[in-house]
Design a protein around this ligand. Structure first.
Ligand code: ADP
Ligand code: MG
Length: 700
């Protein structure tokens, strides 16, 4: 059961809701995604109307302003409009209350009219806090004494009771300012993600066989349908380009604002904006599987994988409030027991304690920081799956690259066929054998064969791909092998690797060696620079490849990699990674994901490159780099380091100030003014600091 909690803006309350829902007897597990306002409930049995009602009841008890609806497809847009007036009312209340409070203080201290002062301050107090007081009363009847509204009401009403009217009014006023500010910050960072939500298409124009164009919801478009995309429009679904070559703005996906050219027959990803004439696309994936849907899903779920710091804070918050309240009670009661005297004076420090008893600043600033970091990364074309990934990146000191498609373009060119007198036959046979392979090496051979001989791949063959080695095919009754030396060795075909740079595809037919095709791959333009940047973070760099040593060494040297492992099978890659993990604090792996899924999983943080292509990679990876740029790994490191610093600063700073205020209040150096100023001030600074995490501009 997935529920949308509209108007949820207190992280601490969100956690309370989650806890209570999970404690329901019929609930197996409950998960809260605060940034997406999404509560996922896994019931022990069936989802029932009754359960829904009970969850709603819990929500309305803890957060009466929050409305619960089923988590639908288009929640963000509508709701943003609804929330606007609420904010305006709050600002008016705050200003009015501030004016009244100022007038009250003037009457108290300058004019010296006690009665007028009391009336004005009381008005200021009620203007700012009538809703808080109302909630406090309700909570009192429900026996929820540790609720922040209740504590705030007790603290401020207590101040009035002991004759400190100005304190009472100002405590409430500042508390509301702090709350308002937090809501604003949460809403703002949600909106930055909502910017991504703009990617979500509202409709697609489907062209039917008779040429009529109809606007339909993207979910209703099927694979094989033809859609048209007008110039300036966003492509709603992934599809193969049927019309002429065109250019499109891919910045929403990659963070790069350079337009990209798509050729006829190439797949265009959803989310890009058409920049030339009308495009016609044959839809290749349903909406749920499309690039945009997958990105949105990742972003929405980004706050689900919690970092230890986030869990620490929610746990801490759970015992912080009771402890401070208990201390406040002791502080008030003990002196009275000792000498039996009751005086308003003695209640004062206890009230100050109540003022700082809310852990909200801390609770909100930590997830907000992580979310900022995740948002900042997504603006740069890096999708990070959660706070825990940011933590892993902060700790990592080793980065491991796959070669093909990660450091290199993964687009091979056939450079030589040996022996030359048999070249045509070798190329033809190899292309046929590779018919069903999607390995970059196979694609290059097929491309070359097509250039030379046109379409030769129509006849049906049976073939089998041997991961990390090549292919074995049955052509005209003979076994054809195409792959590296390891493959030849495996089947007892004698061959020798040439002393040349580049990747070699050996070819044999019926056990007889025919020759080889030499193909070469280019290193990506920014690989060397990316490696250099990562080394500046004191990272050890390693490259793993299934390719032979000569090819590996060449690329390794060009990129400036510290250590190169070559000739590896996919499972060996995983075991080398585990070996590296033993003496590293954390290992990052970046691969293209064609056969790297196990390694991506094993790494502390796995980056899938060019993730818009391969599905397996998106599943297995912790972060997806939307384009193929290895430099983005360095950006992700930068963003993570910055986010990690901000989280630490916020925790240390907020705890230190709270502790200082508690001590100073206990020994009566700090009065309630100081306490509330410090508390609200810390909240604001922490939240502002958290928002800094989202601003990242790489210096190219
Ligand atoms: P990497 O991605 O590091 O190059 P792979 O495991 O994908 O590693 O492949 C390892 C090696 O196996 C390749 O370099 C290539 O020599 C060979 N190989 C794999 N698949 C094929 C194929 N379909 N055709 C020819 N050679 C292949
Ligand atoms: Mg590979």
């Amino acid at each position: 059961m997935e529920l949308l909690l509209n108007g949820l803006d207190c992280a601490h309350c969100a956690e309370k809701i989650r806890c209570e829902v999970e404690n329901l007897p019929e609930v197996e597990r409950a998960e809260m995604n605060f940034m997406a306002k999404k509560l996922t409930v896994q019931p022990k049995g069936e989802v029932s109307e009754e359960l829904f009602e009970r969850v709603c009841k819990i929500v309305s008890e803890i957060e009466p302003d929050v409305s619960v609806t089923e988590y639908g497809k288009y929640p963000e847009k509508k709701e943003a409009d609804e929330e606007e007036p609420d904010g305006k009312v709050m600002i008016i209340r705050i200003i009015l209350s501030a004016v009244l409070a100022a007038a009250g203080i003037i009457f108290e201290h300058i004019v010296g009219n006690e009665i007028a002062a009391l009336v004005l301050l009381l008005l200021a107090y009620l203007t700012a806090g009538y809703d808080v007081l109302w909630l406090a009363v309700k909570n009192l009847f429900r026996g929820k004494m540790l609720d922040e509204h209740f504590l705030m009401a007790v603290a401020s009403a207590g101040a009035f009771a002991i004759g400190e009217y100005a304190e009472g009014a100002v405590v409430m006023l500042l508390y509301q300012i702090g709350e308002y500010f937090q809501d604003y910050a949460v809403e703002k960072s949600r909106k930055s993600i909502a910017g991504l939500m703009e990617l979500r298409p509202d409709s697609a124009s489907v062209k039917s066989a008779d040429g009529k164009i109809q606007r339909v919801s993207p979910e209703n478009v099927r694979v094989g349908d033809v859609i048209v995309v007008a110039p300036g429009e966003r492509v709603p679904l992934d599809g193969v380009l049927l019309s002429a070559d065109c250019s499109a703005d891919t910045s929403a996906l990659t963070g790069e604002s350079v337009p990209r050219t798509f050729r006829r027959g190439e797949e265009v990803m959803s989310g890009v904006i058409n920049q030339s004439a009308v495009m016609e696309l044959e839809v290749s994936r349903e909406y749920g599987q499309s690039t945009v849907a997958r990105i949105l899903e990742m972003v929405e779920n980004a706050s689900a994988r919690k970092a230890p710091a986030e869990s620490f804070i929610t746990k801490f918050a759970r015992f912080y409030t009771p402890c401070v309240v208990a201390a406040a009670v002791l502080l008030a009661v003990i002196p009275m027991i000792i000498d039996g005297g009751f005086s308003a004076e003695r209640l004062y420090p206890a009230l100050s304690f109540l003022v700082v008893s809310c852990p909200c600043a801390l609770v909100i600033s930590v997830p907000l920081s992580y979310f900022g970091g995740i948002g900042g990364a997504s603006k740069n074309g890096i999708l990070i799956k959660g706070g825990s990934v940011i933590d892993a990146l902060c700790k990592a000191d080793t980065v491991v690259f796959d070669k093909t498609g990660t450091l290199t373009e993964g687009v091979f060119e056939v450079t030589e066929i040996v022996p030359a007198e048999n070249a045509d036959r070798i190329l033809t046979l190899c292309a046929k054998a590779e018919r069903f392979s999607t390995h970059p090496a196979a694609l290059s051979v097929k491309r070359k064969a097509e250039e030379r001989f046109g379409d030769i791949l129509s006849e049906d063959i049976s073939s089998e791909e041997l991961s990390g080695m090549g292919v074995k095919a049955d052509i005209d009754g003979k076994t054809v092998l195409a792959g590296n030396k390891r493959l030849m060795d495996k089947f007892g075909v004698v061959c020798e690797n040439p002393e040349k740079a580049g990747t070699v595809i050996h070819l044999s037919e019926g056990g007889k060696y025919l020759g080889y095709i030499l193909i070469s791959d280019r290193i990506k333009p920014r690989s060397a620079e990316a490696v250099k940047r990562l080394k500046q973070f004191n990272m050890k760099t390693v490259m793993l490849t299934g390719d032979r040593e000569a090819a590996a060494r060449e690329i390794g040297e060009k990129a400036g990699i510290d250590k190169v492992y070559s000739g590896l099978m996919p499972d060996q890659k995983a075991s080398i990674l585990e070996e590296l993990q033993k003496d590293a604090k954390g290992v990052i792996f970046a691969g293209d994901g064609i056969n790297d899924a196990p390694v991506l999983m094993a790494a502390d943080a796995g980056f899938a490159m060019g993730g818009i292509g391969s599905d397996a990679a998106i599943e297995a990876a912790d972060a997806v780099i939307m384009d193929d740029d290895p430099m983005k790994i360095a950006y992700a490191m930068d963003i993570s380091a910055k986010t990690g610093r901000i989280v630490k600063q916020n925790i240390v700073f907020a705890l230190a100030v709270k502790l200082a205020v508690l001590i100073l209040a206990a020994v009566r150096i700090a009065n309630m003014w100081a306490a509330v100023f410090a508390d609200v001030g810390v909240s604001m600074l922490a939240v502002l600091n958290a928002m800094r995490a989202g601003r990242y501009k790489p210096n190219q």
